[in-house]
Design a protein around this ligand. Sequence first.
Ligand code: AFP
Length: 334
Amino acid sequence: MADSPMTLSEHLARQRSSIPAAHAPGVATLVGRIGRVAAVIAQELARAALRDRLGYVGGTNVTGDQVKKLDVWGHQTLTSALRETRACAALVPEEAPEPIEMPEAGGAHALVVCADPVDGSSNLDVNGTVGTIFALRPSNGKTPAGPQALGSGQEQLAAGYVMYGPATTLVYTVGQGTHGFTLDPDTGDFLLTHPDIRIPRKGKTYGINEGNVHAWHPGQRAFVEYLKAPDKASGRPYSLRYSGAMVADVHRTLLDGGLFMYPADWTDPAKPKAKLRLLYEVAPMGMIVEQAGGRASTGQVRVLDVVATDYHQRAAVILGSPEDVAAADEFYRR
Ligand code: AFP
């Protein structure tokens, strides 16, 4: 009989040696707990329409997005679950203007969690895919701990996402490869189904909100035109795939190769405006993709080198197959 697949907690135990020793218990505790919260979110999403959980609460969050009932519920559920672990010193979430400090965690090795509990929430009311994105950073024993989230993406100890699709998938990295798990709804365990994901060197699809073409940097426009121009030898034209949920678009890119892009709005070249949030969208995905052999760039610099100075800072992103991202960067340099 074939061996049963490894569970997330077994895998986390095996990855311990790749994590700085002082942080290994915290990382295992927090990723494990986020997995348990994800199983609860998956159940809630499946029943949301039946429990009057769809739709808006009214009002916008700190980044100006309209807030949905499930955003609020996801935020509260994740916050209390992380608090219970006593391994989380502060949470930097999408739905709060300032970090949520958890001084009861204490200790030099408690970690800072950056997270968007329900990302892609415009898909909620149409039964589309949404996700949870997270990153763990050291608190360095500081109180308040939240400011320790500010810094470059290279300070992330771990990053991951959960995709609530036909199956619930959790993908994470602690800097030693990128690994994917599928939720067994009968047991509530995440089982290793995609060990050591390697992104193809070059893909056949690109994902971008092409409705914004008027506002793109000229290099971005020229690059997408290039992807669409037929040329058998280089595998063009690429096909467009875009779901409106970063997790789903990054997951496809990770497994099949190609590109996911959310470039800045260059309407005012003196002040380019990005949309996606650095700490709990762009930087975690940058680490995940790089650990799978891919690249993540803003078009100008490596995503993991971008230094956050604000909790809800935004950043442009072009991520995916290394050859495709290198080609995009080349168009920005022209
Ligand atoms: P929402 O959570 O507000 O739906 O935003 C999702 C998201 O941050 C990211 O997951 C998507 O890739 C991106 O925004 C979609 O943005 P557009 O609707 O502008 O294409």
